[in-house]
Design a protein around this ligand. Sequence first.
Ligand code: IMP
Ligand code: MG
Length: 179
Amino acid sequence: METITIRDRQFTLSIPEHDILKAVKNVAEQINNDMQNLNPLFICVLNGAFMFASDLMKHISIPCEITFIKLSSYAGLYTTGVVKEVMGLSESVIERNVVVVEDIVDTGITMERILSSLTTQGAKSIKVATFLQKPDALQRPINIDYVAMKIPNDFIVGYGLDYDGYGRNLKEIYTVIND
Ligand code: IMP
Ligand code: MG
């Protein structure tokens, strides 16, 4: 069993790189099929989604643009439930078909907030692409169009996701070992 230590916690390897890249490519192919001629604007939610967005975009073959917003809600292992917008959108979404690119949908509070903001700002259509989803943690009735992988309700790090700022650089997903 491959384990690593980040700060005060131990984590064990749970999703290898090969499985991640296969699932991400699969999402890209679905988007290529569904959004031909729609000139999508991808909105990557920083910090967590930077690695997913990067690998996803390498397989997007239709004309598109990408931009970034930055939110934060986690402190350590637990969501605070309070979503802070640290950096807003720099371009208009009016009449645009947008795809929100997220690292993980956990309680869904962050995504609910993003969706309502994009609706208010006049997006023509809104789709959600998330690398991970924890279906058992969902607390909001949101519609997720593309999910690369579904995982149990455990805290994970790697592939853009962090524990107190650390572990985002890992190319595989690791799950916390509860003691
Ligand atoms: P939500 O608002 O509860 O859906 O949480 C969304 C945000 O919390 C995600 O975009 C992540 O940045 C962060 N998050 C949720 N679960 C985890 C986890 O297991 N590890 C690291 N970050 C997480
Ligand atoms: Mg996130």
